[in-house]
Design a binder for this molecule. Structure first.
Ligand code: GTP
Ligand code: MG
Length: 172
């Protein structure tokens, strides 16, 4: 499956914890192209899992995204991006720099994500948290277009995720 992405865009990965966003990002982009919420929580709070640091972390993430887009550099945001207000911040940064916001949704079964989560030492939340995320994801699917995402790619299941290839579109 080919995923068309404008050469200069702000790509928001969207998916529940354990859906494989960070793995997908490592596969397709250079580490410096990917801004992850974990990294920025670590940067501002010494703890990638400190959810109370999310406000500051996203403020800095948006700032760095803006600097990258101003310099014409494709930028990928590796965060769950399951809430409309979280995505609004990304659409805003993209618009401020005349760049297209693109969403790539990794839609895997909640049961698979839960299996993966139980094997991870860096994730300790309970099943109900994942269930809530999954509900937010379902709701998000209907909201992305009206929020301003200009391209929305939904990868359904592990096979589509594994087969995805990014193709860059020249804008001019
Ligand atoms: P959060 O950062 O918690 O939101 O999760 P994430 O969406 O970034 O998931 P991540 O890429 O960290 O993957 C979660 C776990 O699933 C890791 O242990 C990965 O190694 C594993 N995983 C991710 N993608 C795949 C895949 O395509 N195949 C297999 N076998 N494992 C995968
Ligand atoms: Mg991750």
């Amino acid at each position: 499956m080919i995923i068309d992405v404008p050469e200069l865009s702000l790509v928001a990965l969207v998916g529940i914890s354990g859906s494989g966003k960070s793995t997908f990002a490592r596969k397709h982009w250079k580490p410096t192209q990917v801004l992850s919420s974990d990294f920025f929580r670590g940067l501002v709070a010494d703890d990638e899992n400190d959810q109370s640091a999310s406000g500051d972390a996203f403020e800095v993430l948006h700032y760095v995204a803006g600097k990258r887009l101003a310099a014409g550099r494709l930028t990928v945001v590796d965060a769950t991006n399951l809430q409309s207000h979280a995505r609004a911040g990304l659409v805003k940064v993209a618009r401020e720099h005349d760049v297209l916001p693109v969403a790539i949704v990794l839609d895997v079964p909640e049961s698979l994500a839960w299996e993966r989560t139980q094997d991870r030492e860096d994730r300790t939340f309970g099943r109900q948290v994942l269930t809530r995320m999954h509900r937010d994801l379902r709701r998000s699917l209907g909201q992305l277009a009206k929020e301003g995402f200009r391209k929305i790619h939904v990868l359904r299941g592990v096979d589509e995720i594994a087969a995805a290839e990014i193709r860059y579109e020249k804008l001019f």
